[in-house]
Every structure is written in structure tokens, then in C-alpha cells.
Design a protein around this ligand. Structure first.
Ligand SMILES: C[S@@+](CC[C@H](N)C(=O)[O-])C[C@H]1O[C@@H](n2cnc3c(N)ncnc32)[C@H](O)[C@@H]1O
Length: 306
């Protein structure tokens, strides 16, 4: 085992792979179906030829700059294990801030207003651009009575999201809808969450190879200034948020001022604030609708709810 590990570490070092020793141990631990600590405690354990072949395959994928989460087929988010593959963006730790903010508003809203839960076309949360379902599933898991709608323009991303909802026992409370943002989704919610693509088209070409070559472009490209989809969704909010509702958008660290301006232009009566991430950088645009604002577009009843 030691020989196999040493060889992989040397190849990772040569190729400039991050954390070569840790990466090699993680991969071998998966192949042997053992915890990483076990590897350290049993360095002389022989490995079978089939295990060596499986390990070599994972090493090759890593050398080809495939992100570790795709190689392993999983990533932890909000304390939950998510299945991921190249159909979806790998959930990022900073998105947990958005989940915290959404859950806090949801709790306040549930405690302060007896929402018409049985009413048709009203749900607790809509997660727009759900990808792997990370945000929707984390919220449904932490808010055990919440009814959630999760949309994505990518039908194949929604297949992964459905799988994750089933894995975590929340599939019955999340409805998945293929849609361009909230177009033709005639539903209103207490909370809307959106981690939409926000990388500028220009920046995509200078992203690290792992991201650029392997993560879906449709999950990254936010248009010329990164805020094209955010602006479009801001304009859809009046028809989809309940009075007193709130929307939370993940944004790029350099987009705070532009995002606030976009919110003020689209929703002059709403309160918009920026939240920072752990590095002190702008990360979430929160938009709070006033109580009693008019709903601009009457909701139709094309989509039967859960
Ligand atoms: C940055 S990824 C985020 C995925 C997930 N919400 C997360 O936080 O890990 C953006 C997601 O938005 C989806 N998307 C892109 N354009 C969209 C659109 N016009 N309408 C709905 N979803 C869209 C992509 O398919 C992708 O799954």
C-alpha cells in the first residue's frame, strides 16, 4: 500500500495537484472502503491487483484535473452528503451562508404569520437554479414541515437534485420543475433562494482548469457583468414572493454595489442589504419585500402543486 501511495503522491506533486498526500490517501481510502486513519495505521497492508487498478484509474482522473468531488461522486454541504457529477455544479461552502439566511427568515415568517399552508400555489421556499439540490435539500432537511419548489433550466441537473432529495428523505416535500428562472412557475413563497451563475463571461476563460473544463458552463456564465440572471429574477420577484417575503441571491465578491443598484432599480419599495462571507467579502444580496405590496401578475394554475 505504501508503494502505491508514494507513487501517486509523487505524480500529484509533479503535476502540481493541491494537497498531494491528502488527495492520494482520500482516493485509496475510497478504493479500499476504509477510513483514512486506517491507511495510516496499516501502511504495510498489501493491496489486490483489482484495487490497484481502481486506484490508478482515480489517480488518472485527478491528474486530468477532474475535481475531487466528481472523482469521488460526492461532496458534503450543510452537513449532508450530496451526490455530484458533471451534470451539476459542485456545492461551495460559502453557499451555506445563503442557507443560514434563508432558514432564519423562514423561521421568523412561520412564527409571525399563520401562512395559508393549504392554499394552492403557495409554498414556503422556491430555490431557483437548484443544481444538485444542495440549497433546497438542506432547507427541507432543517425545516421539516417546509414545502419547497426547486427549479433549474437543466433537466439533467434536476435528475441529480431528485436523487439527493430522495437520499435525504425530503423528496415528498420538494417539487422539481424545469424552468427558465420562474417563467411559467405560478407559485408564491415566503422565501426565494438563488445561487445563479454569476461568473462574468470574460472571467470564465481564466478560471482554474478544474472548474473551466469540468463544471457545467450553464452553471457558471452570468453574462457580461455576471448579474444578467440576478437582474431577470429580481424583476420576477413581485409575482413570486408573498408580502413580507425575502429573496437571497449569492453574488460574486466584486458585485455588491452593482447588485444593490439592480435591486433598487427593480424593486424600489424593497429593502436590499449585502451580507459578507467568512473572508469579509460581499457574498449574498438579501431583498426584503414590504408587507402588503401588490402582486403584479395574477397567478394562473397551470402547475398542480404537491
Ligand atoms: C451556480 S449553479 C448553483 C447550483 C446550486 N444552486 C448550488 O448552490 O450548488 C447555477 C445553477 O443555475 C442553473 N441555471 C442557469 N441558468 C438558469 C436559468 N435561466 N433558469 C434556471 N436555472 C438556471 C444552472 O443549470 C445551475 O444548476
Amino acid at each position: 500500500m505504501q508503494t502505491a501511495l508514494r507513487a501517486a503522491i509523487a505524480r500529484f506533486e509533479e503535476a502540481g495537484i493541491d494537497s498531494p498526500t491528502l488527495t492520494a490517501r482520500v482516493l485509496l481510502a475510497v478504493v479500499l472502503n476504509r477510513p483514512r486513519e486506517w491507511l495510516v495505521a496499516h501502511p504495510d497492508q498489501p493491496i489486490e491487483p483489482a484495487q490497484q487498478a481502481a486506484f490508478d484509474h482515480l489517480v488518472q482522473r485527478t491528474l486530468a484535473r477532474e475535481p475531487l468531488a466528481y472523482v469521488l461522486g460526492r461532496r458534503e454541504f450543510y452537513g449532508l452528503d450530496f451526490t455530484v457529477d458533471p451534470r451539476v455544479l459542485i456545492p461551495r461552502p460559502e453557499t451555506e451562508i445563503l442557507v443560514d439566511l434563508a432558514l432564519a427568515h423562514l423561521r421568523r415568517s412561520i412564527l409571525s404569520t399563520a401562512q395559508p399552508q393549504s392554499e394552492e400555489h403557495v409554498v414556503d421556499v422556491i430555490d431557483v437554479g437548484t443544481g444538485s439540490g444542495a440549497i433546497a435539500v438542506a432547507i427541507a432537511t432543517c425545516a421539516p414541515t417546509a414545502r419547497v419548489i426547486a427549479t433549474d433550466v437543466s433537466a439533467e441537473a434536476l435528475d441529480v437534485a431528485r436523487l439527493n432529495a430522495a437520499r435525504h428523505g425530503v423528496a415528498e416535500r420538494i417539487q422539481f420543475i424545469t424552468a427558465d428562472l420562474l417563467h411559467d412557475v405560478p407559485v408564491r413563497a415566503r422565501v426565494i433562494t438563488a445561487n445563479l451563475p454569476y461568473v462574468t463571461t470574460e472571467e470564465i476563460d481564466v478560471l482554474p482548469a478544474e472548474i473551466q473544463a469540468h463544471e457545467p458552463r450553464i452553471a457558471l456564465d452570468g453574462g457580461p457583468d455576471g448579474l444578467s440572471l440576478v437582474r431577470r429574477l429580481l424583476n420576477q420577484l413581485p409575482a413570486h414572493l408573498l408580502p413580507g417575503g425575502a429573496a437571497f441571491f449569492e453574488i460574486g465578491s466584486a458585485q455588491g454595489v452593482a447588485a444593490l443598484r439592480a435591486a433598487a432599480e427593480a424593486l424600489p419599495d424593497a429593502q436590499a442589504v449585502l451580507e459578507k462571507d467568512w473572508a469579509g467579502l460581499d457574498r449574498v444580496l438579501s431583498v426584503f419585500m414590504p408587507e402588503g405590496y401588490p402582486c403584479h401578475h395574477p397567478l394562473s394554475s397551470r402547475i398542480p402543486l404537491l
